[in-house]
Design a protein around this ligand. Structure first.
Ligand SMILES: NC(=O)c1ccc[n+]([C@@H]2O[C@H](COP(=O)([O-])OP(=O)(O)OC[C@H]3O[C@@H](n4cnc5c(N)ncnc54)[C@H](O)[C@@H]3O)[C@@H](O)[C@H]2O)c1
Length: 363
């Protein structure tokens, strides 16, 4: 649908993925006046039908192909809530059909695949935004505002200590904390500081009492391009004094310090200690991410979480994993360069290859 026709009317959305998080998205889209769910796609159509029935949603088309359901419903946009390995094929199918896409984090299982889909978005001239939902908190916005007024940043420290018993794949996967969780804090550190990571040194280990097969503890020190350091220290088997799911944050800067408890408490000391008022009614998490996506589709703006700008957050994870495996400091640009080389070695679409060979994704 042409941009001018999109003004005013709710955007017609096809959601792909009707699993656990897909159900949260169904409720979020239903509560958003600027969006209307017209299709639900899943390889398992029974799962899609039962998710719709459980939410009392009627008149929504169901199918297994995003391009077919989008064409049948005259959709304007796609929300992709499939498993990470399916993000690239589903995103590319939707982009090639001319639709902008909002895709769940992590963008893809590898930086190479994330680069390929960012290039596909450029090649097809459509928006691909990654929903890093833990970027969207009123308290995080307040923290960012305060930090901007404190002068040069020295260090940012995030402590993440939780003790969840998930069962299932997480208790068996490698690098579980870094790969499944830390991207939220890594991405939020870029958001809060406005700076970008240059390199990382990271260690992982598994405490003797861990109920995870792989290392559940990780400690990473990133150098950022403003000279500051971002220190992430975390554990997924840390009973007692647990932090928020956002972790607990401290920023030390030239003219003072700021702290966030990961909930609604932001404390600043710039010579005088004060607490920031946080709007309890602000849209947060996936509701705020959806609102930003809709606004960007309507007015053609680039969102803060475009697929291209998200590449460095994903590269932080891959670099931290490489550092933990090798014991060496790893440069983010090296991870992006080898991701680009791998993307070029695998990508077949000539128009996407042309973007990969050009300067757009190298910035
Ligand atoms: N933002 C957050 O806090 C948060 C929390 C949980 C999960 N997530 C993310 O949400 C995404 C989905 O996670 P989940 O827990 O709902 O997974 P899930 O396994 O419960 O559901 C995934 C669904 O996608 C479907 N699917 C898989 N491949 C498909 C394909 N090619 N085409 C169509 N459907 C396909 C599956 O059949 C399944 O119904 C993941 O990227 C995950 O990391 C984000």
């Amino acid at each position: 649908m042409a941009t001018e026709q999109l003004q005013g009317a709710p955007l017609r959305i096809v959601q792909v993925g009707a699993g656990g998080m897909g159900r949260a998205w169904l409720r979020t889209i239903a509560a958003e006046p600027g969006a209307e769910l017209v299709g639900l796609v899943d390889l398992n159509v029974d799962a899609a039908r039962s998710a719709l029935a459980d939410h009392g949603l009627e008149g929504v088309a169901v199918g297994t192909s995003v391009a077919e359901v989008a064409a049948a419903t005259d959709a304007d946009a796609v929300v992709n809530v499939t498993v990470p390995v399916a993000h690239l094929p589903v995103n590319v199918e939707a982009l090639a059909a001319g639709l902008p896409v909002l895709c769940e984090k992590p963008a893809a299982p590898t930086v190479a695949d994330a680069i390929r889909q960012a290039a596909a978005a450029e090649a097809h001239g459509r928006l691909l935004m990654i929903s890093q939902s833990r970027r969207y908190y009123a308290a995080l916005d307040a923290l960012r505002d305060e930090v901007a007024g404190l002068g040069a940043i020295g260090s940012v420290v995030t402590e993440f200590y939780k003790a969840p018993h998930f069962g299932g794949f997480r208790e068996e996967m490698d690098h579980v904390l870094l790969v499944d969780m830390a991207i939220h804090a890594f991405d939020a550190a870029r958001f809060v500081t406005g700076a970008d990571p240059v390199s990382v040194y990271c260690e992982e280990h598994n405490p003797s009492w861990s109920w995870f097969q792989a290392d559940a503890n990780a400690h990473a020190v990133f150098t950022f391009d403003d000279g500051s350091r971002f220190v992430f220290t975390g554990s997924w088997c840390a009973p007692g004094l647990e932090t928020s799911w956002n972790g607990s944050w401290r920023i030390s800067a030239e003219r003072g310090s700021a702290a966030w408890d990961g909930g609604s408490r932001v404390t600043v000391d710039d010579g005088e200690v004060r607490e920031r008022e946080i709007d309890p009614a602000a849209k947060e998490e996936i509701a705020a991410s959806l609102a930003e996506f809709l606004a960007c589709v309507r007015d053609g703006r680039e969102p803060s979480g475009s697929a291209r700008s998200n590449l460095r957050s994903l590269a932080m994870v891959e670099a931290a994993v490489q550092s933990a495996e090798t014991g060496a400091r790893v440069r983010i640009d090296d991870v992006l360069e080898s991701g680009l080389a791998l993307a070029l070695a695998t990508e077949q679409d000539p128009s996407v290859r042309a973007v990969l060979e050009g300067p757009t994704l190298r910035g």
